[in-house]
Each structure stands twice: as C-alpha cells, then as structure tokens.
Design a protein around this ligand. Sequence first.
Ligand code: DAT
Ligand code: MG
Length: 143
Amino acid sequence: MVKPDGVQRGLVGKILQRIEEKGFKIVAMKLAAMPEAKAKEHYAEHVGKKFYQDLVDFITSGPSVSLVVEGRGAIAAMRKMNGATNPVEAVPGTIRGDWGIETGRNVVHGSDSPASASREIALHFDPSELVTYKRIDEEWLYE
Ligand code: DAT
Ligand code: MG
C-alpha cells in the first residue's frame, strides 16, 4: 500500500515502477480513502499501542493506493523493498530509505506474512477485483 503521504508527495508512479521492474505482478490495485473502521481493522494488531490512534488518523487522512502483488517470495521481498519501519534506519535504495524520514510518515505498508496478506487482501478487495493474467516476461523471470 502506498500510504497517504506517498500519494500526496507524488510517489505512486515511482513506487509502482520499482515493483514492475522487479518483476512482480500487480494483480489488483485501487486508490481509495480508507474509512476509519477499515483502518482500525487494518491495524488491529497495534490496538493499545501509544501510536495507534495517530496511525489510524494518518492512514485515513487522504487517499492511499492498495495493491496486491504476486510473485515468488513477494511478501518478504516487498518488505525488503519497503525498508525498515523507521525511515532513517532504512537502507538507501529502499522506498523508505530513499523517501522517508519519520516512522509515522513512512510512505508504504507491506503485509508481513501469508496470513496477514490474506487478511489484508480480503479487507481491501473483493475477490472479483483480483485479476489472473500472465506477464509476457514471466519465462525470463523464472527458471
Ligand atoms: P511496518 O509498517 O514496518 O510493518 P509495524 O507493523 O511495526 O511496521 O507498524 C505499523 C506502522 O505503525 C508503521 O509503519 C508506522 C507505525 N509505527 C510503528 N511503530 C511506531 C512507533 N514506535 N511510533 C510511531 N509510529 C509507529
Ligand atoms: Mg506491520
């Protein structure tokens, strides 16, 4: 997900370019303003933490772009491409390392496990919005 700061700062295209050029396949994508109830579900694992309400306020503060990205090892690789949660600790070359400074404005979200990916995909997309197709370069990306 490109968070509201990434959308407002005009970084959506550059972030999508990294995902596409890596070879991962975008199988669903939408720009939407996240309602508060959905934001609370999205970040349910952080309920009770001191930054929880700020997080909910921030993620609902403007439109975000949700993506479903497919490819071998995509969950772990997307987390690496996103970089460390705190952007000043994120390595240059990562999205947060290149474009972020503060933890509460860290540009992107990525699911952290197959279980959370399933949960988050179901939260943000109807199954009919996920598209099955082949990219023409798949035979050159995979052995
Ligand atoms: P990540 O987004 O890398 O999966 P997380 O799941 O631990 O990180 O936290 C979710 C978001 O909450 C994170 O992207 C930014 C915010 N956050 C995390 N820790 C925070 C902290 N100590 N202070 C303020 N915001 C924090
Ligand atoms: Mg997380």
